[in-house]
Design a protein around this ligand. Structure first.
Ligand SMILES: [Mg+2]
Length: 317
């Protein structure tokens, strides 16, 4: 199977989107951006052995490759429209490609996103997805809008995906708690609806890809302020507590990436609007003057894990 046949067979499903003038098959896609909207672009690469363990099923890889990108669009409060795919794979294995395409298209269909172009190469398994979305002029949620006094919120239960990855990498016995955690790693739910709801409500937002403390530190740096994190407020995960010690749970919650939950700040006068959201969000702290993130447990200052995942730190490679 040559590249042309591979793309035609696995990656040429019609999307039904009227804003795709020319999709897969030409030198480039031609897309209609409605007047008055801004284009929002993000790209993310996942590599076998680094972002997911070798042996992960093709369908889960396809799903996850898109999910991590849609999460960035969600964090901006934007609408995803189109994706392009760069797939490097060791061999053109039909059942693998079928599974990968099934996982990718499953999530694409759920969020009405069209695959409009891409590229395939032979090599170690590396998948890059670029996602293009739109937002009304000036409405994007940025990291740089938090102000002292704003409440800090997280969606869902951060840390469960990191716990799931730890279970995937061990030969631990599987039970319903571990199945839940593993699924949270393999099938993160991009919080697109929540992102939409946060327009005009949140003062700053981002998605958690590298860990709560690390990402909150980035948000604070962008907003030129600091944060106080009240650890007793962190959402409790019953499945994590069933499988891990208290210290491990705290580590996953504060430093585990991979959940793709949203981290956002809300001025006090907007907080009542959060009760109408369909995703549980928990207030975990407050933006303060100064810089950096301080951790407190029942009012007492405690040390926080200093850094999440960073590709270029020596310790991680
Ligand atoms: Mg992000």
């Amino acid at each position: 199977m040559n590249e042309f046949e591979l793309i035609k067979r696995y990656f040429s499903r019609a999307s039904g989107r009227a804003d795709v003038v020319v999709g897969v098959g030409d030198d480039a896609a031609v897309l209609d951006v409605p007047p008055g909207l801004q284009l929002v672009a993000a790209v993310d690469t996942i590599i076998e052995g680094i972002h997911f363990p070798a042996g992960t099923s093709a369908v889960d890889i396809g799903y996850r490759a898109l999910a991590v990108n849609l999460s960035d669009i969600a964090a901006m409060g934007a609408e995803p429209r189109w994706i392009t795919l760069s797939l490097t794979t060791p061999r053109a294995d039909a059942s693998w490609l079928e599974g990968f395409a099934a996982g990718l298209y499953e999530l694409a269909a759920r969020h009405d996103v069209a695959l409009v172009g891409g590229d395939t190469c032979k090599g170690p398994l590396v998948i890059s997805v670029q996602v293009l979305g739109t937002i009304e002029y000036g409405r994007a949620l940025l990291r740089a809008g938090a102000r002292p006094g704003d409440a800090i919120y997280v969606s869902g239960v951060p840390g469960e995906a990191a716990a799931g990855l730890a279970l995937l990498q061990s030969n631990a016995e599987r039970d319903s708690a571990s199945e839940h955690l593993v699924r949270r790693f393999l099938r993160p739910e991009p919080r697109l609806n929540l992102g939409r709801s946060l327009r005009g409500v949140a003062s700053a937002a981002m998605d958690i890809s590298d860990g709560l403390v690390t990402d909150l530190t980035k948000l604070c740096a962008a907003s030129h302020c600091g944060a106080r994190l009240d650890l007793e407020r962190l959402p409790l995960s019953t499945p994590m507590h069933a499988r891990f010690t208290e210290a491990q749970v705290r580590h996953f919650t504060l430093a585990g990436g991979d959940d793709y939950e949203l981290l956002f700040t809300v001025p006090r006068e907007h907080e009542p609007q959060l009760s109408a959201f369909d995703v549980p969000c928990t207030r975990v702290g407050e933006i303060v003057a100064g810089d950096g993130v301080g951790g407190f447990l029942h009012g007492e200052k405690i040390a926080l894990p200093s850094a999440g995942f960073d590709h270029f730190r020596e310790e991680d490679t």
